[in-house]
Structure formats: structure tokens, C-alpha cells
Design a protein around this ligand. Structure first.
Ligand code: SF4
Length: 109
């Protein structure tokens, strides 16, 4: 797995964990069943992302490969965890923010 994908996994896990801990009251280092399923789903999408290392943040993606229900779920997680990631994982938060400021692609790769 490339460094890029590994970092993306880390960010995804940090955001879903933060959301699950604070919104579902799960203990540290655990995910509830629903968040575990979302994490596994999102990881699988990430590994198959057609943009590879040029991947935009998913919210800016013109393809959006998530099923609608999953898309809504991850949107909720990102909306909650995005602004809060800065205090728990400042480096991941800055990296994610920098990527979200990049111009999104106009269409499929
Ligand atoms: S939503 Fe777009 S950027 Fe995100 S994994 Fe799917 S294809 Fe890649």
C-alpha cells in the first residue's frame, strides 16, 4: 500500500473514531458496529479510488463512488469530525485541509 493511501486511512480512521467516541459514546480505540461498517466500506472505496494519488477530498469528487446512504453517513462524520480533528490530530487535520483547498478535478480521471 502506498504512503498516500496509508495516510488517507489514518485520517479516515481518526475522523470516524473521533465521531464514534463523541457521538456514540464508544470507548477509546473502539468503533460501534455501524461505524466499523462505514470504516470498512470507506477503506474499500479508497483502495479502489480511480484518482490514485491525485485523489481529491471525497466531498469535492465529481465521480463520488459511495452509495447514497453511505455518502450521507460519511458526510455526517466529516461535518462533525473535520473541525474537531485539529485538536486531536493537528498534522492530519492540516494535511486534510490543504488537500481540500486544492482545485477539484472537473470529471472522471
Ligand atoms: S468519492 Fe471520489 S475521491 Fe472519494 S474514493 Fe470515491 S472516487 Fe475516490
Amino acid at each position: 500500500m502506498s504512503d498516500f493511501i496509508t495516510k488517507e486511512h489514518e485520517t479516515l480512521e481518526a475522523m470516524i473514531s473521533l465521531y464514534c467516541r463523541e457521538c456514540h459514546r464508544t470507548p477509546e480505540d473502539a468503533l460501534c458496529d455501524s461505524c466499523r461498517e462505514l470504516f470498512d466500506y470507506a477503506k474499500a472505496r479508497l483502495e479502489k479510488c480511480p484518482y490514485g494519488e491525485d485523489k481529491p477530498v471525497c466531498s469535492d469528487c465529481p465521480v463520488h463512488c459511495y452509495k447514497p446512504a453511505r455518502r450521507e453517513q460519511i458526510r455526517q462524520v466529516m461535518r462533525y469530525a473535520g473541525p474537531r480533528l485539529l485538536r486531536s490530530h493537528p498534522l492530519l487535520a492540516v494535511r486534510h485541509l490543504a488537500r481540500s483547498l486544492k482545485k477539484p478535478p472537473k470529471g472522471p480521471p
